[in-house]
Write a protein that binds this ligand. Structure first.
Ligand SMILES: C[S@@+](CC[C@H](N)C(=O)[O-])C[C@H]1O[C@@H](n2cnc3c(N)ncnc32)[C@H](O)[C@@H]1O
Length: 151
């Protein structure tokens, strides 16, 4: 077993899951604040230099898990580890956000898909060294192709 404590909370415009955009090709332009506890402020030193951040957080309002499920972006079932389902054995969320500015312990960001008050367990600078041409997008690419073909 592991135990983590929150380093802060997400301030988001979303108060209910139904308000958060879902489905194929969804964009997340919503702005929010990563409100970090003052005791961790020194850990934010030099974070302003990064345009994007990985935010690791907890699905604190989801219950239980399903090993397979049909996501909003497809009409076919997939394994939980091949999706971004909130109902996972370990309810950990991962979101890439754009860092707009920092004011003390508050990080103003764009790209939130979390509910207001969501606990944050870690933040890391976003760095990707995977070339675009090496990325495979699995069932999501198939779902997108099917959608295009039915238009
Ligand atoms: C599909 S998940 C993806 C989250 C993250 N980008 C990831 O990949 O881990 C996003 C959904 O999680 C749900 N959600 C957001 N914040 C939550 C929270 N604190 N507790 C439970 N569910 C949450 C909402 O329904 C939202 O649409």
């Amino acid at each position: 077993m592991f135990s983590f404590r929150a380093i802060g909370r997400v301030r988001s415009p979303y108060k209910a899951t139904a308000e958060i955009p879902k489905g194929l090709g969804t964009k997340h332009p919503a702005e929010g604040v990563l409100d970090i506890s003052p005791e961790f402020e020194a850990g934010l030193l030099d974070i302003e230099g990064f345009s994007h951040l990985f935010v690791i957080w907890v699905f604190d309002r989801s219950e239980g898990f399903e090993l397979t499920g049909t996501p909003p972006s497809d009409n076919r079932p997939h394994g939980v580890f091949a999706t971004r389902s909130p109902r996972r054995p370990n309810p950990i969320g991962l979101t890439v956000v754009e860092l707009l500015r920092r004011e003390g312990t508050q990080l103003y960001v764009r790209g939130v898909d979390m509910l207001d008050g969501t606990p944050i367990v870690d933040i890391k600078p976003y760095l990707s060294s995977v070339p675009q041409e090496s990325l495979r997008r699995g069932w999501l690419a198939d779902a997108e192709a099917r959608k295009t073909n039915t238009k």
